[in-house]
Design a protein around this ligand. Structure first.
Ligand code: CTP
Length: 278
């Protein structure tokens, strides 16, 4: 193990480059960290060691058996954007971080991963095929074209439930009175995939603002899916950490607060355990 330098002693990025040069990617030598955070000398910045649980998860992922080897995994992530006119639209605060972490974890587990993504600021994890979409209708089309070939479908996207009925092909001008916006329901992508005969193993996400347990259990039944990961909207949107509660036929499994990539690996391991039981 190599200790990361404190920022005052040299830039961590430079050090990482040195280590990378001395390391040997061709022989499977990888580097974990450093990351940003507080230091013993109270000076923050790049150069902090990863948390032990993160190091453990990274090492386990690198050395462990490939739980989803040869599986095709289809994932949705990020927000959808439903245009009102040429410059305005209806969207939500999803950053895509959880979905992208799940895509990375699935690749690490040996899966062939396609990520259907709404607009995010994130780069696709290496090895992931990304399909960019904007609206829920685009996402619906992209998913339905691929769902039958998938072994697993993980629906992490924050899909807008409604879209403006009549998006204007020009910028709407300000008027004096109220402006009425009529909304029509979007297709329930996860619901449709779950209803496919011989469809993939479906995993849903639920972002709740209250009564997480009751709402999540009801949602799993309503969508007809074997596994649902529930989180509180205010604890996940835009954040790098999250806490998940998994609901399946055996009941409830808590995944306590951790970086999203750690949770994603735990979720992927849970899915891999459930797959043979189908
Ligand atoms: N979802 C979907 N298509 C939609 C809406 C949601 O595929 N049109 C998926 C999401 O990706 C998520 C799950 O359904 O996996 C639950 O999404 P959520 O918005 O929490 O649930 P809804 O069914 O929309 O229920 P509600 O908004 O009433 O809580």
């Amino acid at each position: 193990m190599h200790r990361a330098p404190q920022p005052a002693l040299g830039r961590a990025g430079d050090e990482r480059g040195d280590v990378a040069e001395r390391g040997d990617a061709a022989h499977g030598v990888g580097i974990l960290g450093p990351t940003e955070g507080d230091h013993a000398d109270r000076e923050g910045g790049m150069g902090r060691m990863l948390e032990p649980q993160e190091i453990f998860a990274e090492v386990a992922a690198a050395l462990g058996p490939k739980a989803l080897s040869k599986k095709k995994v289809l994932i949705t992530a990020g927000p959808t954007y439903e245009p009102i006119d040429t410059v305005r639209g209806v969207t939500n605060q999803s950053s895509g971080k959880m979905g992208y972490a799940v895509a990375q974890a699935a690749v690490e587990a040996g899966a062939q991963v396609t990520l259907v993504s709404g607009a995010t600021a994130l780069a696709a994890p290496p090895g992931v095929e990304r399909v960019d979409v904007t609206t829920a209708s685009d996402m619906h089309k992209a998913v339905m074209a691929r769902a039958k070939q998938a072994d697993v479908f993980i629906s992490v996207a924050a899909v807008a439930d409604y879209r403006p009925v009549d998006p204007k092909p020009h910028k709407i001008k300000r008027g004096n009175g109220n402006l009425k916006l009529e909304l029509a329901p979007n297709p329930d992508i996860l619901g449709e995939v779950a209803a496919l005969p011989k469809g993939p193993f479906c995993v849903g996400f639920a972002a709740e603002t209250e009564d997480l347990k009751a709402n999540a259990q009801a949602k799993r039944k309503k969508k007809g899916i074997p596994l649902l990961a529930a989180n509180l909207a205010h604890e996940t949107f835009g954040k790098d950490t999250n806490a998940l509660t998994l609901f399946d036929e055996d009941g409830m499994h808590e995944l306590p607060l951790a970086p999203k990539i750690v949770l994603a690996r735990q979720l992927v391991a849970h899915i891999a355990k459930m797959l043979p039981r189908r």
